[in-house]
Design a protein around this ligand. Sequence first.
Ligand SMILES: Cc1cc2nc3c(=O)[nH]c(=O)nc-3n(C[C@H](O)[C@H](O)[C@H](O)COP(=O)(O)OP(=O)(O)OC[C@H]3O[C@@H](n4cnc5c(N)ncnc54)[C@H](O)[C@@H]3O)c2cc1C
Length: 497
Amino acid sequence: MLDVAIIGYGPAGATLANLLGQYGLSVLVLEREAEIYPLPRAIHFDGEVMRVFETAGLRREVEAISRPGLKGMYFNNAAGETLLIRAGTSERGPHGCANNHYFHQPELEAVLRAGLQRYPQVQVRTRHEVTAIEDGQDFATLQVKDLDSGKVQAMQARYVVGCDGARSMVRKAIGTAMIDLGLHQPWLVFDVRLKADVPDLPDHTVQHCDPARPMTYCNVTGNRRRWEIMLMPGDDPEQLVKPETLWRLVSKWVTPEQADIERAVIYTFHSVIAETWRKGRLLLAGDAAHQTPPFLGQGMCAAIRDASNLAWKLDAVLRGRAQDALLDSYASERAPHVHAFIDLAVKLGDIIQTTDPQAARERDAKFKTGQPEIFQFPAPRLGPGVWQGDAAVVAQVFPQPMRSDGRLLDTVLGLNFAVIGDEAVLNAVSEDTRERWQDQGVVQLPARDPEVQAWLQQQGVRAVLLRPDRYIAGVAQTGHELDRISALLPTTAALAH
Ligand SMILES: Cc1cc2nc3c(=O)[nH]c(=O)nc-3n(C[C@H](O)[C@H](O)[C@H](O)COP(=O)(O)OP(=O)(O)OC[C@H]3O[C@@H](n4cnc5c(N)ncnc54)[C@H](O)[C@@H]3O)c2cc1C
């Protein structure tokens, strides 16, 4: 019997398989396509996501196919004046790396797939389509069709994760409705490869908030550049993707003499979130659970965060260290988190997609009161789940400081919970807590490194309990408070509060 069957081998499925592989679980990934989806979709991921790749042991490989973007994202009006900036970060942002990275999605997916070769107990079957799912008391049964031979085989797994994209059949099996967050708009995505350097093209992403034709420009990696172009009333989609139209649309920036077309496709950007992410042994992750307009470059990022949140919980439950109810905290934590990102993307969409000239003038006047407004990359809290306390940092990701030995913090954390803090507080916990830490393999880290000490001091706390996904489960001033938050650790007792 499989521990976990993953349906879909996009970024959500491939990341989850890598994380579960590290835990030693037996996993089967089923994918109906023969090859990686070849057309570029996502081009940006954030620092937290790089950290998940790092936890999966793939940071170096991902760095080799991506580039850090340090300058942020500019929202310019039709006159080219900057209204708004999403701030950039240095090479060492809060997660121990830059906070924004640019990449070509098929190359990232290739890295994730190669990563699975490390785990013999993780198997992948491409050209295998899941045609039906039946949930049961002790396992779920999948009907899997081999698309080459036509044979259908039944397979059983203790949990099934639907990473099967926007048209998810697992979502249908769960029978959930989608919450509509309001934005549905067709955009043309036009990717080119420069033949030689075009020095006038910016290095950073620009949202051209021109009411006559909103557009986004992105420097991807190497010689790849992208324009995303909003469809306007009266546009003929067939005409729009013709080379002559494409070159005319971007003629201000680049010409056919300077670049080759890689592809041009019209996508409709959606903003939706599934009402229910779990039913029995069936769970959803990635685009199957939520879709966002790409104005923050977050669709895939959310998929990777789903995988990171779910992996340690599946491991704890499958090893009998936690009750099955722990898996309910996956949706209760992740849904509000992704909701916050989609809400912001929709708000930015309202700014970018303004097509009424008068409304655009009013928008420009509102922003242009002095210097451009700068906003930070969002860091929402998780929804209710495996965390406790009112401090603002709780239910947020712990930063990744550098240790005195020159290594980043995560390198010593592994895949377990960790307590970090004043030695005196760590030593003051009860015998019960000590046993619980021992039992759960909790990493105990006296705060000796200046960057860790500085963080604790800044937050006014003396110890912190981290989950395997690096989110803060709780903070403490005393051994007694540490006892209280340590009760959150997986045990066979109920977990979510
Ligand atoms: C134009 C565009 C720009 C984007 N930009 C960004 C960005 O900059 N940053 C970002 O983070 N995100 C971005 N995204 C979103 C990102 O591409 C998606 O969120 C991401 O690919 C979702 O990954 P996934 O694994 O959930 O789904 P998918 O990549 O769609 O994978 C699902 C897989 O499931 C398989 N499958 C489906 N049903 C079955 C079945 N029954 N049996 C077997 N296999 C099945 C499919 O063949 C597919 O391979 C962008 C998207 C678009 C379209």
